[in-house]
Design a protein around this ligand. Structure first.
Ligand SMILES: *[C@@H]1O[C@H](CO)[C@@H](O)[C@H](O)[C@H]1NC(C)=O
Ligand SMILES: *[C@@H]1O[C@H](CO)[C@@H](O)[C@H](O)[C@H]1NC(C)=O
Ligand SMILES: *[C@@H]1O[C@H](CO)[C@@H](O)[C@H](O)[C@H]1NC(C)=O
Length: 235
């Protein structure tokens, strides 16, 4: 019980800190001008967690800078806020800042792919994430009739609508956060016979219905909601 309380406090402190960072870096969105990754995600209103991660880890600005000069382009898989809400409570407690960077980079391919391209790509596909010893984290794609699934080895989920798809940048929505094999909080992949990890029917975070609003206030509301849900769930 005490541990549960501590871990939910740690989680909420972590989430509050990324909310603060994004609040500080927020006023830089001019979607009408040049191509902007955050502008694309901002516009749709359901990627507030992912935007905060991009800001907190500075991966967002790295990609933004490279968009000007890249010849290969980038493909980004953007998990929805719902995807983050469905993660195991406490998942982030075990991540140091380096691991958070890796987790974000795992959602980025250093090449522009159309959905068609992903459907017929040869597996495995390298992501921007690498381990300390230089191993590249990879994703697999399976496609059929214009339907594409992405598999991390732990997470399998459809690649949904394109939020943006024009070289050099493709941004696709995903309904799950992609967790690499062996990541803390990621179940061992092949131990379970059913590949699709079912979301446990625990209490839904109280703020989940309010996903239409945006900004820091909502972020802090979510933090509170998740913290309360954690306390309720774990005690
Ligand atoms: C990136 O491209 C934009 C628009 O084309 C341009 O205004 C900006 O100066 C470029 N930045 C760099 C670092 O090349
Ligand atoms: C994608 O995954 C779903 C469920 O895991 C499965 O039913 C579907 O056949 C898969 N589609 C492709 C194209 O692999
Ligand atoms: C990807 O597919 C290859 C075979 O094409 C397989 O060996 C590998 O385990 C798969 N990796 C993941 C992460 O699904």
């Amino acid at each position: 019980m005490a541990t549960a309380l501590v871990s939910s406090i740690v989680l909420s402190v972590f989430l509050a800190s990324i909310a603060t960072v994004s609040a500080r870096t927020a006023p830089e969105s001019a979607p009408s001008g040049p191509l902007s990754l955050t502008g694309i995600l901002d516009k749709n209103g359901q990627y507030t967690y992912f935007l905060r991660f991009l800001a907190d880890t500075q991966v967002g600005s790295q990609i933004q800078n490279e968009l000007n000069t890249t010849t290969e382009g980038f493909t980004v898989f953007a998990p929805t806020d719902k995807a983050f809400n469905n993660l195991k409570p406490g998942l982030f407690n075990g991540l140091d800042s380096q691991m958070k960077v890796q987790l974000v980079l795992f959602h980025v391919l250093p090449k522009y792919y159309t959905l068609d391209g992903l459907q017929f790509v040869s597996n495995p596909v390298r992501t921007q994430a690498t381990t300390q010893d230089g191993t590249v984290y990879v994703l697999n794609f399976t496609g059929q009739n214009n339907q594409v699934n992405v598999s991390s080895g732990v997470t399998v989920t459809p690649v949904n609508n394109a939020l943006y798809q024009k070289k050099p940048l493709a941004v696709y929505e995903v309904d799950k956060v992609l967790l690499p094999v062996g990541f803390p909080g990621a179940n061992s992949p092949l131990a379970a016979p059913a590949p699709a990890p079912k979301i446990s029917p625990g209490p839904a975070p109280a703020a989940a219905e309010k996903s239409e609003s945006s900004g820091t206030e909502m972020g802090l509301g979510l933090v509170l909601g998740i913290a309360l849900a954690c306390v309720g769930f774990l005690s």
